[in-house]
Design a protein around this ligand. Structure first.
Ligand SMILES: Nc1ncnc2c1ncn2[C@@H]1O[C@H](COP(=O)(O)OP(=O)(O)OP(=O)(O)O)[C@@H](O)[C@H]1O
Ligand SMILES: [Mg+2]
Length: 250
């Protein structure tokens, strides 16, 4: 289970997260929706302390970090339980696909190279890149690079994978292959939190949808409830704007 308890975060005077409470059950796929600037990325980054919350507590599995005074060791432990997939892939340009996936296992998890290689090859095969092990990122399409990013996250065997708009940098024709891979791993029961603007994906793949605006969770629920009949006006307006072609019960 993952729990964010009363998380607040300010940048200077700007309060970006205003007391977020969110619980994600093991194996759930949670989609976070919301307009630009609503705090989605900041929330995701607070989960693994890429951003330090001002207050509140983060729990992943049986491990809780109180955000007031965390120790370095606590932050390290929390990070080890998560993996992140970024919008712009963040691959090492001078390393091959296989080396990119092995890196975290060897350097951070201190695994022997052989074991790291075996896991990495398996994960790259899972995302359909078994034939690209020795390619460099520049030789791959955006969709393939993002699949490397997903294989890298999977290889770490984290308790949760955090996706920050994993398809928004891609050309439209490449979005499908990445969403298919995410859907495939979702079926394996890996806990995932996905910030996305892909409404079809949110509707069809997630178990739970969270709508954020201006640093608060406005509404959350099952996809059929949110897409079928959101209670809050702000949620309805947002959905109508993003997918005007869908008919919402208003
Ligand atoms: N490092 C930072 N320093 C100062 N302000 C920041 C920083 N990171 C984010 N912000 C501000 O916090 C607010 C929330 O940003 P955040 O990136 O979390 O939004 P978002 O919901 O992910 O938006 P988008 O959909 O555009 O990615 C924005 O107003 C942003 O300008
Ligand atoms: Mg963002």
């Amino acid at each position: 289970m993952i729990q964010m308890a009363n998380i607040t975060k300010s940048f200077g005077k700007h309060e970006v997260l205003k007391g977020i409470n969110l619980t994600v059950k093991k194996g759930e796929v949670v989609c976070i929706l919301g307009p630009s600037g609503s705090g989605k990325t900041t929330l995701l980054r607070c989960m693994n302390y890429l951003e330090k919350p001002n207050d509140g507590a983060v729990t992943i599995g049986d491990f809780t970090v109180n955000c007031k005074r965390p120790t370095k060791q606590e932050i390290h432990t929390l990070r080890q339980k998560t993996a992140m997939v970024f919008q712009h892939y963040n691959l090492f340009k001078h390393k091959t696909v296989l080396e990119n996936v092995m890196e975290g296992l060897v350097i951070v998890q201190k695994q022997p190279k052989e074991k790291a290689r075996e896991t990495s090859v398996k994960m790259l095969e899972k995302v359909g890149l078994g034939s690209k092990l020795d390619a460099y990122p520049s030789q791959l399409s955006g969709g393939q690079q993002q699949r490397v990013g997903i294989a890298r996250a999977l290889a770490l065997n984290p308790e949760v994978i955090l996706f920050d708009e994993p398809t928004s940098a891609l050309d439209p024709e490449l979005v499908g292959e990445v969403l298919d891979v995410i859907q495939k791993i979702a079926k394996e029961g890996i806990t995932m939190i996905v910030v996305t603007h892909e409404m079809n994906f949110a509707r069809e793949v997630s178990n739970h949808v969270v709508f954020m605006d201006e640093g608060v969770i406005v509404e959350e629920g099952k996809p059929q409830d949110i897409f079928g009949g959101a209670k809050e006006e702000r949620t309805r307006q947002f959905l109508k704007r993003i997918t005007p072609e869908w008919s919402y019960t208003i």
